[in-house]
Design a protein around this ligand. Sequence first.
Ligand code: FES
Length: 162
Amino acid sequence: MEYRYLTEDIIQKIEECRKKFPLKEQCIIPALHHILDKYRDIVPEAVLELSDYLKVPVSHIEGIVSFYDMFRYRKNAKNHIRICRNLPCHLANFRSLLEKIKEKTGADVGRSSPDGLWYIELVECIGSCGIAPAFLINDDLYDGSKIKSSGDLDNILSRYVK
Ligand code: FES
């Protein structure tokens, strides 16, 4: 595999780490930090390359990326959906809204949709608790409680796919 994101300086740092620790898995988090330092976000392709380089399953590295808030996948999609997960929105069942949005867009939390149109992020309070569960698409605020049917969500999403 040819590496595009795992540059020589990153590989060198991984090798330095490997000299210090017996298990290659112990160098995943340091390697992700180096990727973050260089690209400011976790680039999905870099995760594939790191998996290939360390011979560790991609799912293992992805599990680490999604577990730690400090690691974020690159938001390279056209539209950025932010869904509030704080208490009022939690009580208003933001999870159900999230599942609907995931199903409609093909994106997942921290991961862009395959068509590159959508990226989903869970965020802290966006100051709109009165319309919980609240969410933003780019800079537009929406009241999740008004989404009663799948058609309602289709109508909203269709505004962003032109
Ligand atoms: S808690 Fe969700 S907008 Fe405030």
